[in-house]
Design a protein around this ligand. Structure first.
Ligand code: T1G
Length: 693
């Protein structure tokens, strides 16, 4: 096994190289290795200057997140940092790749910093519900301006090495291999051509006005500002004596480590990566050089945009010439939006548009490697399309459906090659939302599954493996818990109160507002489709049907649960109160009031119940996969880690007790899943289940 930290001497200068794949995280071996290397080099009178650099793809990308929550093994990173800063020999850090978190803190304790062109530096700890815990909040304000310090630490976004140079965070920009630049820069340090500065001795540069404005901003955010405010409080300590400031920062860091926000955000960080661990992970994916999309509507155009942004040439098939023009307009509009959002340069725009073909000729798909259909959600139409694709597409082409709930096994019956059929369920807008449900049918070949995951990575999406059922993972669970809001409205909760209570929990928007946004007619069609399948015991709320029957579909018609005014404001639709009252009278319901807490508890418990069932039935591989679906596709508050991460915080026994209480009103809707009952009985958690699978 290669040494994590090695020393090389070149006459009177030396280098320390950290080699701790995959991202040179500051794990125990690295921390101990750096201190041992420093001891060795300080004891060598021949050594006049030192350069610290990393092998592999990046300088230290932070503390080792996997060590969080475990007993810390000395030397802890703050001690390593202080040891570097106190070195009797000048040390220059060579930053390549992404010098993040503890990595940048290590670099700030060196006496000079040199960035390799194209590298980035950042303090992303707030993205994990933390704050820089190894001196970053005390040292950054000694090299950078206040606005940069506040933005980097409380915002968490990295900046380019070029900007870091501009803001005084690094001293030099160089091209070349980190190992070679290290030797050259150590010599420049030795010769005084590169100035050595002890960061803690530099003057603090903090504007009281800017700090006070930032504090007011974060305080106004309530629960959503907790993490940023805690980080800002640590920066305020930079005006104290250095060791006092460092101690205050450490205390706040320890507080953050114990916070719910950190627990949820750390879970979300690993969820994004854990979902790639599928049974087909070792299968070699098929090469996707070109793709086709059937249907240039909102979804088809979004999917085509997503692939074009990944550099994949796309041919979109539409049924009529006027629809061709619409698709071209939609896709180029999406790409212009990407330019505005800084996701695509203006010069790349033309080259990207040149990779788009829109035609009515299905035969133009004869050589593509993958086709994704995004046509009307009818099995009959899907069968027609897939039969044509079966006839036109080359052997080995993957035939995917973007259906949001139809049975992929059933669709595959229309072709002679069911092993090439898979579900690739994108979420609208398809070129923005990161989630991709990869739906595996009974006959889907393993390498086709692996190709779905490889495509997701190219599209910078988070792929989650799903089994076949009505709605797969996300929409199936949504269909269940969404009913809880209709039931509460029918039982007396004001639907605007429901929306506001869930926004208070952390949802981006309340469910009734979401319904208006996506279009009430979509749910209406869905309920009509499911009507023949709806069990007699299932409680039905007809209010949304009545709104649709009045021709009101939500924002697109200017009226739904809310009335949408030209100034952008919205007020409750007065017709809805009457629809509710009529139905309450019809069903003999005496409305009662609900507290915000009961609204959130019922909503989240209903969500957790169906999430547990989806894991129990094997539709999702693990609880963490369901968390990823809701974090990346449904706007679940990231700092809560996902529904099943949050379920562990509530506790299975509490959840089972709640369900049994609610079941008194509706024993059909409120049933305890076997998996949850077992957890309540044996004390296991969804986190345990993640480890087992
Ligand atoms: N610790 C442990 N493992 C890490 C890691 C980390 N900090 N960062 C990445 N990995 C693993 C990751 O799980 C994956 O593992 C592999 O590396 C490749 O990652 C004291 C307390 C660096 C931009 O928040 O942003 O320092 O799945 O797939 O897309 O004040 O990883 O392959 O087994 O993401 O090229 C601060 C988090 C920590 C950086 C690379 N640092 N990492 O992206 O690869 S807190 C961070 C990233 C801290 C100090 C505080 C990205 C990346 P596996 P990847 P990538």
């Amino acid at each position: 096994m290669t040494e994590v930290v090695t020393i090389q001497k070149f006459d009177d200068i030396a280098t320390i190289c950290i080699d701790n794949p995959p991202v040179n995280a500051a794990g125990h071996a690295m921390r101990k290795g750096v201190v041992d290397a420093l001891d060795t080099l300080e004891a060598d009178p021949a050594v006049k200057a030192i350069a610290l650099y990393c092998a592999g793809r990046t300088f230290v990308a932070g503390a080792d997140i996997r060590e969080f929550g475990k007993p810390s093994q000395p030397p802890v990173l703050p001690d390593v940092c202080n040891r570097l800063e106190a070195s009797s020999k000048p040390i220059v850090a060579i930053l390549h790749g992404t010098a993040l978190g503890g990595g940048l803190e290590v670099a700030l304790c060196c006496h000079a910093r040199v960035g390799i062109t194209g590298s980035k530096v950042g303090l992303p700890e707030v993205n994990l519900g933390l704050l820089p815990g190894s001196g970053g909040t005390i040292r950054l304000p000694r090299v950078a301006d206040t606005a940069t310090t506040i933005k980097m630490i409380t915002g968490g976004a990295p900046i380019s090495a070029e900007d870091a140079l501009k803001h005084g965070i690094i001293d030099r920009l160089e091209d070349g291999d980190p190992a070679q630049v290290a030797v050259a820069m150590a010599k420049e340090l030795r010769d005084g051509k590169l100035k050595a500065r002890v960061t803690r001795d530099l003057l603090v540069n903090l504007s009281a006005d800017k700090m006070s404005a930032a504090r007011s901003k974060f305080e106004a955010l309530g629960s959503k500002g907790v993490v940023a405010l805690r980080a800002l409080r640590a920066i305020e300590g930079a005006t104290k004596l250095v060791n006092e400031g460092l101690a205050a920062e450490r205390a706040l860091f320890i507080e953050a480590l114990a916070s719910d926000e950190h627990h949820g955000l750390k879970h979300a960080f690993f969820a994004e990566r854990a979902v790639a661990n599928i049974p087909e992970a070792k299968e070699p994916p098929r090469e996707i050089k070109t793709a086709g999309v059937i249907g240039g509507g909102t979804m088809g155009s979004g999917i085509a945009t997503s692939m074009l942004l990944a550099g994949i040439p796309v041919t979109v098939i539409e049924m009529a010439e006027d629809r061709v023009a619409f698709a071209v307009k939609t896709i180029t509009g999406n790409l212009q939006g990407a330019v505005k959002r800084g996701k695509l340069s203006q010069q790349a725009f033309d080259a990207t548009v040149a990779k788009l073909t829109v035609t009515t000729d299905m035969n133009s798909l004869s050589d593509v490697d993958l086709v994704i259909e995004a046509v009307f959600e009818s099995m009959e139409v899907k069968h027609e399309v897939f039969a044509k694709l079966d006839a036109v597409c080359k052997t080995g082409a993957i035939l995917a459906s973007n259906t949001s709930y139809l049975n992929i096994d059933e669709i595959a019956k229309a072709v002679t090659r069911p092993q090439d059929v898979i579900g690739l369920h994108f979420f609208s807008p398809a070129h923005v939302m990161r989630l991709l449900e990869v739906v595996v049918a009974g006959k889907t070949a393993p390498d086709v599954v692996a190709t779905g995951f490889a495509l997701a990575k190219r599209l910078r999406k988070v792929a989650v493996r799903a089994g076949v059922c009505d709605g797969f993972i996300g929409n199936r669970i949504l269909a269940h818990y969404a009913r809880s809001t209709g039931y509460m409205m029918m039982d007396g909760a004001d639907y605007e109160q429901i929306d506001n209570a869930l926004v208070g929990f952390g949802a981006a928007m309340g469910p009734f507002t979401v319904g208006d946004l996506s279009g009430l007619d979509i749910g209406w069609a869905e309920r009509k489709r499911r009507a023949p399948l709806r069990p007699a015991e299932e409680r039905y709320v007809g209010v949304a049907d009545k709104i649709c029957e009045a021709g009101d579909f939500g924002r697109k018609t200017g009226k739904g649960y809310y009335v949408y005014w030209p100034d952008g404001s919205k007020t409750k639709n007065p017709d809805v109160a009457q629809f509710i009252a009529d139905e309450q009278a019809e069903r003999g319901i005496t409305p009662r009031s609900f507290t915000d807490k009961e609204i959130v508890d019922r909503y989240i418990t209903a969500m957790i119940v169906e999430c547990a069932r989806v894991v129990e039935e094997g539709i999702a591989l693990r609880p963490i996969d369901v968390d990823a679906v809701f974090l990346f596709g449904y706007g679940f508050p990231r700092h809560r880690g996902g529904p099943l991460c949050y379920a562990d915080k509530i506790g299975a026994q509490t959840l089972v007790a709640r369900i049994n209480t609610y079941a008194k009103d509706d024993a059909y809707y409120w049933r305890v899943p076997a998996m949850l009952q077992k957890m309540a009985d044996d004390g296991t958690t969804f986190a345990d289940l993640n480890k087992e699978r």
